[in-house]
Ligand binder design. Structure first.
Ligand code: UDX
Length: 443
């Protein structure tokens, strides 16, 4: 089989490379010439464990090609996956310009039947817009070539994208044509051999599934974060509550970890978009509005605790931040709690030194030298009044406490991810605040 994948961002590159891995001939298309040049040599523009060698391997085996010409890629192709960006409009809804540009160009150049698949997360109703735009382009040419549209949302997690693609929990295919469903089922067959289902449905349902999945996960997180806030007031421990409820299989034990709020490229954007779609349909998704506001509040909960500890005066305080990315194993800082924390700390006049195993370049790109950067996690602690742990990178889990205490001015830790045991903090003599658990103070 032969497919085209348009857009070599995160989703497109992972999708194209993983299909190539199964022996499909894949042409990835991007308008960025330099990016295409790099990709041809196996150099990838994003940080994703395992992706670079896989790209290189498939390029070397002549199964994965990169081009700037969409037209060239369409020859004899069975399916075109549209994985271009959908940046938010001013009102927060996705801008479909790039998606529809691709649909138009496909219509201008296609010569054979193909299924045109939306892979980017797009608003409900987008596949129909793609169909209309493509048909108009065909009509302009005065030709009548058969095609179908389909929705095939992705559920990849950054840092686990390859594994998620190769061993998906499920594959959702939204079509209204048996032919299109057959092509997509054949393409995905290698990934469902171990019992993971392909779930076929109509197109709007597939489009909504993606939003509903991410919004449900975001809801679980905000719910637990607010329960954590209550735990602090009534003297309960959110970790115990989590274990207590998570063992009920109806609730499940995933995505119920309290923390400093969710970030990233998907949850914040998708929650907003679903609220928007709902509002436009004269239905207020109140539950998601609450999820969003709880998350905003949660992002700065560490700073509030810090303010409380220092009697509302952070002026000139030296604060160390461990972790800048929105979660471990990525350099992605989109909507990262670290950004809200830094903004609030700066407004209070604190001096900040940050350290992150991979996101420091990204941080410099975003916020320049508005904070200082340390070469390693310990350097960040020199003379620090407090350490804020923002991202739970593995290397922060078992640090050398003696070195930390030697370096820090105050032995104060604010843990936004609950990675340390209360008893250990007590034994080590730290003042320790975390999320939804009792504060620990040395006797
Ligand atoms: C998410 C979805 O998991 C994925 O299916 C979708 O395709 C894209 O969005 P991703 O954004 O890469 O993936 O990150 P994920 O690992 O899901 O974490 C999202 C955020 O939730 C992070 O900020 C994380 O710290 C936070 N989180 C997650 C919690 O605060 N508590 C949890 O229990 C789980």
């Amino acid at each position: 089989m032969k497919i085209s994948v348009v857009g070599t961002g995160y989703v497109g590159l992972v999708t194209g490379t993983c299909f190539a891995e199964t022996g499909v001939t894949v042409t990835c298309v991007d308008i960025d010439k330099d990016k295409v040049q790099d990709l041809r040599q196996g150099i990838i523009p994003i940080y994703e464990p395992g992706l670079e060698p896989m790209v290189k391997n498939n390029v070397d085996k002549n199964r994965l090609f990169f081009t700037t010409s969409l037209q060239e890629s369409l020859k004899d192709t069975d399916a075109v996956f549209i994985a271009v960006g959908t940046p938010p409009d001013e009102d927060g809804s996705a801008d479909l310009q790039y998606v529809l540009d691709v649909a138009r160009e496909v219509g201008e150049h296609m010569e054979n039947y193909m299924v045109v698949v939306t892979k980017s997360t797009v608003p409900i109703g987008t596949a129909e817009k793609v169909r209309k735009t493509l048909k108009e382009a065909l009509d302009k040419r005065g030709v009548n070539i058969d095609f179908d549209v389909a929705s095939n949302p992705e559920f990849l997690k950054e840092g686990d994208a390859i594994d998620d693609f190769l061993k998906p929990d499920r594959i959702v295919i939204g079509t209204d044509s048996a032919k299109a469903e057959d092509i997509l089922s054949r393409l995905y067959k290698p990934f469902v051999l171990n019992g993971h289902p392909v779930i076929s449905m109509d197109i709007p349902s597939a489009e909504l599934t993606k939003y509903a999945a991410n919004s449900m996960l975001a809801t679980k997180i905000s719910f637990m974060n607010d329960i954590a806030n209550l735990c602090e007031l009534v003297g309960a421990d959110v970790n115990s509550v989590r274990r207590g409820i998570g063992s009920d299989s109806r609730i499940g034990n995933k995505f119920i970890y309290a923390g400093t709020g969710y970030g990233g490229s998907c949850f914040p954007k998708d929650v907003k978009a679903l609220i928007n779609t709902s509002d436009k349909n004269n239905h207020s998704l109140d539950i998601l509005k609450a999820v969003e506001s709880v998350n905003e509040r949660q992002k700065t909960t560490l700073v509030n605790k810090l303010m409380y500890h220092f009697n509302n005066d952070l002026k000139g305080k030296k604060i160390a931040l461990w972790g800048l990315s929105f979660k471990p194993h990525t350099d992605d800082m989109r909507e990262a709690p670290a950004l809200s924390i830094i903004e609030k700390l700066r407004a209070e006049g604190a001096e900040i030194t940050g350290y992150d195993p991979v996101a420091m370049e990204e941080s410099k790109r975003r916020i320049g030298d508005s904070i200082q950067y340390a070469r390693d996690q310990y350097e960040a602690l020199v003379d620090a009044d407090a350490l804020l742990l923002v991202t739970e990178w593995p290397e922060f889990r078992t640090p050398n406490y003696n070195v930390m205490k030697k370096l820090m001015k105050n032995h104060l830790i604010m843990d936004g991810r609950n990675i340390y045991e209360l008893s250990e903090m007590k034994n080590q003599g730290f003042i320790y605040y975390s999320i939804g658990r009792k504060a620990v103070k040395p006797e």
